[in-house]
Design a protein around this ligand. Structure first.
Ligand SMILES: NC(=O)c1ccc[n+]([C@@H]2O[C@H](COP(=O)([O-])OP(=O)(O)OC[C@H]3O[C@@H](n4cnc5c(N)ncnc54)[C@H](O)[C@@H]3O)[C@@H](O)[C@H]2O)c1
Length: 185
């Protein structure tokens, strides 16, 4: 397991809690050095300590991913402190938004860049506290979830590890459902 991402540099945004934290810890268990970024500075520093306790290098960074200049500074700090990142887990997000301005993205070197995603059902994180504590809302989701339960954040580990490691070298452009079967019904 530790050899799958050995010495690779993985960046996880929104890593202070919930899915991002679980994904960051999972990458550390697979041997990666992990840069964890979040608007919640205290949270991301605590996660970095958990990563180091697993024996991996960690870099906590206070970052708002909607700030393009700050993202550029973050990339430079990651490069200087951990090395070039090979995996970006673009996890930071909110439950609903009104506007989205994607920062421009420039690829100025020749890379084999793979882009994959996971599409989640209801996962037990602080984001879904309100939904999960409302029996009617939860029942409505579970009526369409063949597995009949919410997911746990650490159940994202396997799918993300697959998509982020050499196990999926020839996989790109994929959106992998991790949802207990939700959209298939
Ligand atoms: N939990 C679910 O059931 C579910 C389902 C579908 C999609 N998702 C997606 O998964 C991702 C993580 O969700 P979660 O449930 O762990 O949520 P969460 O609210 O528990 O955690 C989100 C983290 O992102 C951080 N964050 C928010 N805005 C940020 C910003 N602009 N810059 C940097 N950090 C920021 C927050 O501080 C927080 O630590 C989100 O993109 C969410 O939309 C979650």
């Amino acid at each position: 397991m530790r050899s799958l991402l050995k010495d690779e540099v993985v960046v996880v945004t929104g890593a202070a809690q919930g899915n991002g934290r679980a994904i960051a810890l999972g990458r550390a268990r697979a041997g990666a050095k992990v840069a964890v970024a979040d608007v919640n500075r205290d949270g991301v520093e605590a996660v970095a300590q958990e990563i180091e306790a697993l024996g991996s290098a960690a870099l906590p960074f206070a970052l708002d991913v909607t700030d393009g200049d700050a993202c550029s500074r973050f990339v430079q700090v990651v490069e200087d402190r951990l090395g070039s990142a090979s995996v970006l887990v673009n996890n930071a997000g909110i439950i609903r938004g009104t506007a989205f301005d994607a920062p421009s993205y420039h690829e100025d070197c020749e890379l084999t860049l793979r882009v994959n995603g996971i599409a989640l059902g209801v996962i037990e994180t602080p984001m879904t506290d309100v939904t999960r504590s409302n029996p009617e809302a939860l029942e409505s989701f579970m009526n369409h979830t063949p597995m009949g339960r919410v997911g746990q954040a650490d159940e994202l580990g396997g799918p993300v590890l697959f998509l982020a490691s050499r196990m999926s070298n020839y996989v790109t452009g994929v959106m992998l459902p991790v949802d207990g079967g939700y959209p298939s019904v």
